[in-house]
Design a binder for this molecule. Structure first.
Ligand SMILES: Cc1cc2nc3c(=O)[nH]c(=O)nc-3n(C[C@H](O)[C@H](O)[C@H](O)COP(=O)(O)OP(=O)(O)OC[C@H]3O[C@@H](n4cnc5c(N)ncnc54)[C@H](O)[C@@H]3O)c2cc1C
Length: 473
């Protein structure tokens, strides 16, 4: 039976990054991925001269993990930054798009909110600090600080766009901890932002970017550098404890032995794999919902779209009762996403707000999006490219109590040394957050391997990365 130091189940960004960290520390790893291509959500596809992102469209290059991976994989020259025309964001109101600038005062002057809504927004300056604690939802926080209209017309679409979530069922402290911290430290968020601007204090930087061939460049480069250590089309069925490690049932590939395992799959798969090893941790994973999501990619001739597409894209508040949650103007965001004289736009449907919408048949979804684009951006006639990606389990939802769920999950795993979990449901959905968390997991596994007893003298013990004692996942 093949034996490795660490088996990583799942070859998305999280699994590949954890494997990369372990390999860098000198360990012997094997990534087992169910699909024929590694990458998980991060899939970029060239369709003629178009580039469709099936999953993530941007990464934040200012995050440590992304910067480290880009550097160590030599991806610097392939990096592409947001184009000059993305400073505006659009929000839907009454069947039209309202353009809003990035300045914090933009909502007070734009006319997107009613006069009463703007007055209530300005009154945020005098709102007392809240004491709702860990259970507060994004919608509750936004209503309390900025008023009902701002909550409904700005935070609701933001949560649908960023997390495929429902603001009324999303834990503020997990998804937007910086806002909770800002209120705690300063009281008014508007005052804190204005003060920071006046004093020249730097807000946390966000360098949204991609690579020439899309976000899929990252998992492709990781898989290439891991070489034969990535096995695709291998659905792991079960993990059992064995003497000094674990035996992994890798379906058609037979069984393999590993001293440590990292489960880097979606939470429902983690729940299944953890059940025989750590039932309490499995129960916590099983509680996490991940409603379906659909991405509809349309390419048009430029002269068929009346709107200048002069922004990142648009988001739609739930109260507008539309099927499409929002869209990205892909060819405005990055160069090379559409052939000359063409544009590329991606629409997002489903998520926690309306999961059934994502289950609609492909042609029906394309027709809905075409009708919406005709309505909102003046799209005339048929697109030259139309492609759909259905994600039956889109993004994990961070419902109130999620932070406590993650703490219980980690605690439960302390009782099962050698089993580690990593993935977006533990750290937040962004690719950057997944990379940071997976690098950390790789280091913890490396420390564990450096300390765990091992008798096989034919198997050279690799060096562990520097650091403290093995800590629970
Ligand atoms: C439509 C969409 C848009 C997004 N947009 C952005 C964005 O713009 N910016 C951003 O930062 N993030 C974005 N995200 C989020 C981000 O892409 C994900 O959070 C991240 O890629 C998750 O990586 P992961 O490796 O943790 O999980 P996944 O990508 O889900 O990988 C898990 C892997 O495990 C494999 N697996 C499952 N079961 C088994 C098994 N039994 N055996 C072996 N392998 C198994 C799966 O096939 C998969 O490859 C988006 C996500 C989606 C879906």
């Amino acid at each position: 039976m093949t034996s490795v130091d660490a088996a990583i189940i799942g070859g998305g960004v999280s699994g590949l990054t954890a494997a990369h960290a372990l390999r860098e520390a000198g360990h012997d790893v094997l990534v087992l991925e169910r699909q024929v291509c590694p990458g998980g959500n991060a899939i970029s596809e060239r369709i003629g001269g178009f580039l469709m992102e099936h999953g993530p469209s941007t990464v934040n290059h200012s995050m440590a993990g992304i910067a480290y991976l880009a550097e160590s994989l030599g991806l610097g020259r392939a990096r592409t930054d947001l184009g000059p025309n993305v400073r505006k964001r659009f929000l839907t109101k009454g069947g039209r798009l309202a353009g809003i600038g990035l300045h914090p005062l933009a909502f007070l002057t734009s006319g997107y909110l009613s006069l009463a809504g703007r007055a209530r927004l300005a009154a945020e300056l005098w709102q007392p600090r809240g004491d709702r604690g860990a259970g507060e939802t994004v919608a509750e926080f936004a209503r309390r600080r900025f008023g009902a209209e701002f909550a409904e017309r700005v935070f609701d679409p933001l949560v649908a766009g960023m997390f495929a979530g429902d603001a009324a069922r999303t834990e503020l402290g997990f998804v937007m901890p910086a806002l909770a911290a800002m209120e705690h430290a300063h009281g008014s968020l508007i005052a804190a932002i204005l003060r920071a601007r006046l004093t020249g204090a730097r807000m946390p930087a966000r360098q949204l970017s991609s690579w020439r061939d899309g976000i899929g460049t990252l998992p492709r480069a990781l898989a290439l550098s891991l070489g034969g250590a990535v096995k695709t089309a291998v659905p792991v069925r079960r993990i059992d404890r064995a003497r000094q490690g674990f035996v992994i049932d890798a379906g058609p590939r037979g069984h393999l032995h590993a001293r440590a395992v990292i489960i880097a799959t979606q939470p429902h798969v983690a729940a299944h794999l953890l059940a025989p090893l750590a039932p309490r941790a499995a129960d916590e994973c099983a509680r996490i919902a991940a409603p379906p999501l659909a991405v509809i990619f349309l390419g048009y001739r430029r002269d068929r779209i009346a709107h200048p597409l002069n922004g990142l894209g648009y988001l739609t508040p739930g109260c507008e009762a539309r099927v499409v949650n929002g869209a990205l103007f892909c060819s405005t965001m990055f160069a090379g996403r559409a052939p000359a004289d063409h544009v590329a736009i991606s629409a997002y449907v489903g998520g926690a707000r309306a999961p059934d919408h994502a289950r609609l048949p492909a042609q029906e979804l394309i027709d809905i999006v075409r009708a919406e684009f005709a309505d909102l951006i003046g799209a005339d006639g048929a697109p030259v490219v139309a492609r759909i990606r259905h994600w039956p389990r889109g993004l994990p939802q961070f419902e109130p109590g999620h932070s406590r769920l993650v703490a219980r999950l980690k605690q439960a795993l302390c009782e099962t040394p050698g089993v580690f979990v990593t993935g977006n449901y533990l750290c937040g959905v962004s690719v950057g957050a997944c990379a940071d968390a997976a690098l950390d997991t790789g280091q913890r596994v490396s420390r564990y391997l450096g300390q765990a007893p091992y008798e096989d003298t034919a198997h050279a013990r690799p060096r562990a990365v520097a650091g403290g004692p093995a800590t629970p996942p």
